[in-house]
Design a binder for this molecule. Structure first.
Ligand code: ATP
Length: 267
C-alpha cells in the first residue's frame, strides 16, 4: 500500500477570459500515514481545488493523485470531506446524519447504531441525538459533521475551512477536540485554511501556497507539543514565520497576498 496521499507534479487549469488559466502548478505533496497536514495560502490560491482533486471531484490537467497507492479516478468512501458549512441533512436527526454514510455503505443496523452512539459520545452530542440540525449551535453542527466523517473511518479526511464560520470560543474548543479525535483514530488529515495560526496550531506540517497559479513555497514542520491552541506564544511566533514566507513570495511577485481587507490570509 502506498502513501495515504501522493500528489505528483499536479497542475489544474480552468477556463479563463483568455483561454485556460492555471489554478495550481507543479504540486508535489505526500502525506505519511496518520499525518495531519495543513495547507495555507491566500484566497484563490487553489486550496479547495487541491482538496477537490484528492476527493476525486475533478481530475488534474497534469500529474497524478493517488490514495493508499491507488490512482484517484472519482469520489469514494475512503475520502470524506468536511466543509465550512456543516452539510448536514436538515430533515434527518443528528444520529441519522452521523449514521448516513454508514447506511449508504451497507453497514448493518445494529453495528451502525453502536458506531453512531460511540461517535456521538466522543463529540459530546449524546443528548442531542434526536435533535435536528436547526436546533444545534454552529459548534454542535460542526461536531456532528466531524462525527459523521470519522465514523466512516476514511483513509483520508479532507477538511475545507471547517471552523472558519464559528465564533472564537467554539473554534478553539474544536481545535482541541479535533486534535484528540485525530490522535485517537490515527486518521490522515489534509486540512485547508486561510488562517495561518490555525494551520500552525493543528498541523504536523504547514504547506504554504502562493497564488496565481498556486505553487508550494514552503513546507514547514511543526513539532510543538499538543494539544496546541491558536493563542499559544510558540504558535503565534511560528505563524509569524509562515506569514513572512507569504510576504516574501509576495514581494518577489510569486504570490499575491497583500496586507489589507482583500488579503484573505489572517494571522
Ligand atoms: N470550477 C471552476 N471554474 C473556473 N475557475 C475555477 C473553478 N474552481 C476554481 N476556479 C479558480 O481557481 C482558482 C483557485 O480557486 P480555489 O477555490 O481552489 O481557491 P482557494 O484557495 O480555495 O480560495 P478561497 O480561500 O477563497 O476559498 C481561483 O482563481 C478560482 O477562481
Amino acid at each position: 500500500m502506498g502513501a495515504p496521499v501522493a500528489i505528483a507534479d499536479v497542475a489544474q487549469a480552468f477556463p479563463g477570459r483568455s483561454g485556460e488559466r492555471l489554478a495550481l502548478d507543479g504540486i508535489d505533496l505526500s502525506l505519511a500515514p496518520g499525518e495531519l497536514v495543513c495547507v495555507v495560502g491566500p484566497s484563490g490560491c487553489g486550496k479547495s481545488t487541491l482538496l477537490d482533486l484528492v476527493a476525486g471531484h475533478t481530475r488534474p490537467a497534469r500529474g497524478s493523485v493517488a490514495v493508499d497507492g491507488s490512482p484517484v479516478t472519482g469520489p469514494g468512501p475512503d475520502r470524506v470531506m468536511v466543509f465550512q458549512e456543516h452539510a448536514l441533512f436538515p430533515w434527518l436527526s443528528v444520529a441519522d446524519n452521523v449514521g448516513f454514510g454508514l447506511k449508504q455503505a451497507g453497514v448493518p443496523a445494529a453495528e451502525r447504531e453502536s458506531t453512531v452512539a460511540r461517535w456521538l459520545a466522543k463529540v459530546g452530542l449524546t443528548d442531542a441525538a434526536s435533535l435536528h440540525p436547526h436546533q444545534l449551535s454552529g459548534g454542535m453542527r460542526q461536531r456532528a459533521a466531524l462525527a459523521r466523517a470519522f465514523a466512516m473511518r476514511p483513509a483520508v479526511l479532507l477538511m475545507d475551512e471547517p471552523f472558519s464560520a464559528l465564533d472564537a470560543p467554539s473554534r478553539d474548543r474544536l481545535h482541541v477536540e479535533l486534535q484528540e479525535l485525530w490522535r485517537e483514530t490515527g486518521t490522515t488529515i489534509l486540512f485547508v485554511t486561510h488562517n495561518v495560526r490555525e494551520a500552525v496550531a493543528l498541523g504536523d506540517r504547514v504547506i504554504v501556497l502562493s497564488s496565481g497559479p498556486g505553487r508550494i513555497i514552503g513546507d514547514v514542520r511543526v513539532s510543538l507539543a499538543r494539544p496546541r491552541v491558536v493563542e499559544s506564544e510558540r504558535v503565534v511566533a511560528l505563524a509569524q514565520d509562515v506569514r513572512r514566507l507569504l510576504d516574501a513570495a509576495d514581494q518577489l511577485g510569486i504570490a499575491a497576498p497583500r496586507g489589507g481587507e482583500d488579503d484573505h490570509v489572517v494571522i
